[in-house]
Every structure is written in structure tokens, then in C-alpha cells.
Design a protein around this ligand. Structure first.
Ligand SMILES: [Zn+2]
Ligand SMILES: [Zn+2]
Length: 143
């Protein structure tokens, strides 16, 4: 009987372009998933393997230079709050916190910025986040 980790690494090609580790197993909407103890998205699984459990309320995305939904290289993954947030306690999860770009590196241009409760939100991230959770819902339904 193969372990969950063995089954996971068998489906990873570490020779992808850009240093990406490409999931070659089953995908939905570009995101890889597999069955561990339950249906699991592989980039989240990979992040947890290397960093421990994902803090509640935070999501795992792909960094700007990668943007490959099928990539599970932990160096290409970023844990972030889905919305820009002014509180300092969130700061440790941000790779960069300058005023011109969101945590994932999308520019706060006029078209890309949404003001909500006096805070800036990145429209690209909101869309990515919504798409992502719609995909998860579909995957969970497939069980
Ligand atoms: Zn990558
Ligand atoms: Zn963004």
C-alpha cells in the first residue's frame, strides 16, 4: 500500500518551465487535486506539507512570476488574506506590502481597485478568490 505522500509525489513533475513543479494528475479548472483523506487541492496540500496547516481565513495562491494553477512548488505559493487589510497582524503573510500593489503583485490601478469599508481591495484577487471557491465547490460535489 502506497502512502498518501508517495501517491502525491508520483504525480509531480519537478522539471516544469520557470522552476514550476507541475501536477500531472487530475485537474479541475487548472487546479490539481487528489484524494488524501478527502478530496484535496494539491497546491494547498503542498503548502501544508512544507509550512504546516494553513491559518484559518487565509488562502493559497500562486506568485506573480508563476501564475501556473497546476504548480505546487512551495516557493511559488503564497499564503495571503483574500482582501487587503490594514491591520498589522496580517503583515507577516504578505511578501510585499507597498501601496501600489496588492499582496499578489497586481497593480492598484483605478480599474483594478475596489473601495469597500474604506479599504482597498484588488479586483483581480477578488475574482481569483471567487473562481477558486467555485472550483472547490465543484470538486467537493464530485466526491
Ligand atoms: Zn510555479
Ligand atoms: Zn491582487
Amino acid at each position: 500500500m502506497k502512502s498518501i505522500k508517495q501517491r502525491f509525489w508520483e504525480k509531480v513533475d519537478k522539471n516544469g518551465p520557470n522552476g514550476c513543479w507541475i501536477w500531472i494528475g487530475t485537474k479541475s479548472g487548472g487546479y490539481g487535486y487528489f484524494r488524501s483523506t478527502k478530496m484535496t487541492l494539491v497546491h494547498r496540500y503542498s503548502w501544508e506539507l512544507h509550512n504546516g496547516p494553513i491559518p484559518i481565513g487565509l488562502v493559497i495562491g500562486h506568485k506573480e512570476f508563476c501564475r501556473n494553477k497546476g504548480c505546487i512548488n512551495p516557493d511559488h505559493l503564497i499564503c495571503y488574506t483574500p482582501q487587503e487589510n490594514n491591520s498589522e497582524s496580517d503583515g507577516i503573510y504578505f511578501i510585499r506590502r507597498n501601496k501600489t500593489h496588492c499582496p499578489l503583485g497586481h497593480e492598484y490601478s483605478e480599474a483594478n481597485t475596489k473601495f469597500y469599508r474604506n479599504k482597498r481591495h484588488c479586483r483581480t484577487c477578488i475574482k481569483m478568490h471567487n473562481d477558486f471557491y467555485n472550483k472547490i465547490k465543484k470538486i467537493i460535489k464530485m466526491e
